[in-house]
Design a protein around this ligand. Structure first.
Ligand SMILES: [Zn+2]
Length: 421
């Protein structure tokens, strides 16, 4: 990349392309593009049209992922994957996922026909959000060999299975094994909007993800005694909701004591739920995330102990159920260091951060060194039509990306670390 003017021009085009893809939607007047829906076909066709002049012929694998290879200077086998997902949530913005795919195409454009000692495969994952089948990462799971029969049998709201959806799209489910990563893949790079307020708060355009946070999800239930709100004196109550309220503020207080930890009670269900009845039962969700699994587990245990104490103090009973415990996924340290260097060369500093949300890179990391570059998200707004990115930030991402490609080209050590096939 010679000048920032050129990067700025490419960045304008990136934004226009993301907006074009946002128009391929199942809903009129908003963006909704779920796994293997009709507008996904339009999306594939459009990206294939951008790839063609770059000498890349795109194909769709049996899991519905769009894939195209920009060949190396010779028939060398090492290959870098760059991409993100093409599906969206309902009433989506134009950049979540899509930006990472469009930027992958743009990096090839920025090479201006120049070949590297390794090939670059652009990947547009078919499914990441979990909207249609209630199961996320269907696309990236195929690349690590985890799109199995059990997952293929899951059904959507219409009773259509993943397998049937694949067939209906004109693909062959028996070829899914061929979608798996091949030997010689030495990394996966994903650009993604941050979807949070941290980079904006710091005034930094780019972030580099060190790890994707581990997650615990639980259900916590307080049981008291429902009774008349008018006739039961305050000292003779077993109010499950008052106990829940005390615990929820405790969740906030404890979570604040651990840097980087987030703890949330996002759902509260009160029974019987009438203004003149003391609450007899309260069901709550608890969501705790942190990059260190030991810290996360310790905080969850502390919070459950507090819940026990609060319920005892109020003569309530308490029960809990663990719904999910997902380990943190570190990104590749060597890759992270290379991205920091690339950002410096692009004239900015990439903020090291933890992703509180799951991403395709988390799945790919099972098989190959993976890394993510976050772009500042204005207002931290995402999963919303108001979602946006700044042209200047996209330009920085392009410059950083091109530097990174060149650094990796110079590092045979990096390319030699191929995937666990
Ligand atoms: Zn996303």
């Amino acid at each position: 990349m010679q000048t920032t003017i050129e990067a700025a021009k490419l960045a304008e085009e990136v934004i226009a392309r993301c907006r074009t893809l946002a128009s391929f939607s199942e809903d009129a007047g908003g963006t909704r593009r779920t796994f293997l829906s009709a507008p996904m076909r339009d999306c594939h066709r459009e990206i294939a049209r951008w790839l063609e002049p770059l000498g890349v012929s795109a194909r769709v694998d049996a899991a519905g992922n769009l894939r195209g290879i920009y060949s190396a200077v010779d028939s060398a086998t090492p290959r870098l994957l760059v991409g993100s997902h093409l599906d969206t949530v309902p009433n989506a913005g134009a950049y979540d996922g899509v930006l990472g795919v469009v930027l992958a195409v743009t990096l090839l454009q920025a090479l201006q026909g120049r070949k590297l000692p390794y090939a670059i495969e652009v990947v547009g994952f078919s499914e990441e959000e979990g909207v249609r089948f209630g199961t996320p990462f269907i696309g990236s799971r195929a690349l690590v060999g985890r799109l199995d029969d059990e997952l293929l049998a899951r059904t959507d709201a219409q009773g259509i299975s993943v397998r049937k959806a694949i067939q209906d799209f004109g693909l062959n489910p028996s070829e899914i094994a061929q979608a798996k990563l091949v030997e010689g893949v030495f990394g996966f790079l994903e650009f993604h909007i941050e979807q949070g307020p941290v980079l904006e708060k710091l005034g930094m355009p780019l972030g580099v993800v060190e790890a994707i946070a581990g997650q615990s999800r639980l259900q916590v239930v307080f049981v008291g005694r429902a009774n008349h709100a008018g006739t039961t004196p305050m000292n003779l109550r077993h109010d499950a909701l008052a106990g829940a309220a005390e615990w929820i503020t405790e969740v906030e207080r404890v979570s604040r004591q651990f840097p980087g930890l987030v703890g949330t009670v996002g759902s509260v269900e009160v029974k019987p739920g009438a203004s003149n009845v003391i609450a007899g039962e309260v069901r709550m969700s608890l969501d705790v995330r942190h990059q260190n699994d030991d810290v996360r587990t310790q905080v969850v245990n502390d919070l459950l102990r507090h819940a026990e104490q609060i319920s005892q103090g109020r003569a309530l009973s308490m029960r809990q159920k663990l719904l999910l415990s997902q380990k943190a996924v570190p990104m590749d340290p060597l890759f992270v260091a290379q991205i920091e260097e690339a950002a410096r060369r692009a004239g900015c500093q990439a903020h090291r951060m933890v992703s509180g949300a799951g991403h395709d890179a988390m799945i790919l990391a099972e098989r190959t060194p993976a890394a993510m570059i976050f772009l500042r998200t204005p207002g931290g707004i995402s999963h919303n039509p108001m979602e946006s990115v700044a042209v200047a930030d996209v330009a920085k991402a392009i410059e950083c990306g091109v530097s990174l490609l060149d650094q990796l080209a110079a590092s045979s050590k990096f390319q030699s670390r191929t995937c666990r096939a």
